[in-house]
Write a protein that binds this ligand. Sequence first.
Ligand SMILES: Cc1cc2nc3c(=O)[nH]c(=O)nc-3n(C[C@H](O)[C@H](O)[C@H](O)COP(=O)(O)OP(=O)(O)OC[C@H]3O[C@@H](n4cnc5c(N)ncnc54)[C@H](O)[C@@H]3O)c2cc1C
Length: 434
Amino acid sequence: MTKQDDLEQNANTSYFNLPPLDISIAFPQATPASIFPPCASDYYQLDDLVTPEEQAIRMKVRACMEQEIAPIMTEYWEKAKFPFHVIPKLGALRIAGGTIKGYGCPGLSITGSALATAEVARVDASCSTFILVHSSLAMLTIAFCGSEAQKQKYLPSLAQLKTVGCWALTEPDNGSDASALNTTATKVEGGWILKGQKRWIGNSTFADLLVVFARNTTTNQINGFIVKKDTPGLTATKIENKIGLRIVQNGDILLKNVFIADEDRLPGVDSFQDTNKILAVSRVMVAWQPIGISMGIYDMCHRYLKERKQFGAPLAAFQINQQKLVHMLGNVQAMILIGWRLCKLYESGKMTPGQASLGKSWITLKARETAAIGRELLGGNGILADFLVAKAFCDLEPIYTYEGTYDINSLITGREITGFASFKPAASSKRSRL
Ligand SMILES: Cc1cc2nc3c(=O)[nH]c(=O)nc-3n(C[C@H](O)[C@H](O)[C@H](O)COP(=O)(O)OP(=O)(O)OC[C@H]3O[C@@H](n4cnc5c(N)ncnc54)[C@H](O)[C@@H]3O)c2cc1C
């Protein structure tokens, strides 16, 4: 998919050159999510817990997402296309690079960066994944593990979203067990030869720069490399037919004897453990995605139930519907408070991997519950992307799975609180007497 393709597709109003049916004409009683609902989900007033600067970022991102992204997101999601024309608008928000200081990056607090993530996700989860992969994975790896020269060369344009990054760890044979990865890096004169495959890599079909992890054939340890778009031997093919995050362009990557110069090896990645400090920050950010998504779902349901009438009364007047709304609202408040506390633990240097994993896994679980209730509250329109909830319902599925599945994050916390690692089945295969 090139930018030219994107422009050409925009010129067509629909697949058959007919104007798309306006949902507000077909269903006049409730406003679709292209006119985004006001925020009613911040019931416990999170702004009281954050600084004026963090509040300002929140409002700036909210305004941009509601005005620029909400009107177009359903169409792009439905077509599984990426809206390249919004990249400069997202770049102007100055949230890419998040907590990174210097090199043209915004140097936000982790709370400010988390709030920005949630505000993007509230309107569109795919946009938040696009930024998260670029910022909290690719850019952060360069900031934490890159040389001074690499930071100066790559971070300023990434921070402005003039260039886009992606982060390639997962492989076809190694998902949850990512540390067993098979892609190899072999030292040759002046550089390295990378060979292998990667799977699911967000933004990879158009990214200017790929952060790739590979096994050093001399040390058997995991190393990191910066691979530039169009390097000979590199191909990225879009994964089709996803049911969630359909705007995100996930790719299967093939690395066929790709030569990487010594200057593009990340000196700070000497083993798999070096990815942990990146994942610690990115898991906090990922935890704020389902918070934002759940806020959007609640906001949509809150407006819809007041607009839509049945049996001569607004849906909001029925006791069962009120109970469901309150259930969702309680979930959202608990998610926000856990997410906020994670940020504070991180800021004070006290956050443990188990705490980050519990935050990501529990918040995502509650978000799924919230989406399921929201979906039924909207009746038939609960399965239409136009009213946000069906789209958000689907978008939560990959988020439940990436950056460590619910199970793997539970096991990380389980190991921390019990002292027993239970990722691998017991080595003995002896049968017990039943
Ligand atoms: C939309 C999307 C975007 C993604 N983006 C990226 C990206 O940008 N970069 C990247 O590197 N990766 C990315 N990923 C990959 C993602 O991180 C993996 O999908 C995830 O780690 C799970 O791996 P898997 O899909 O191979 O599942 P598997 O590892 O095959 O797991 C299958 C099931 O088995 C369970 N399971 C596995 N091991 C255990 C165990 N020890 N104990 C108990 N249960 C277990 C899992 O919880 C899961 O339910 C993305 C994935 C998706 C879907």
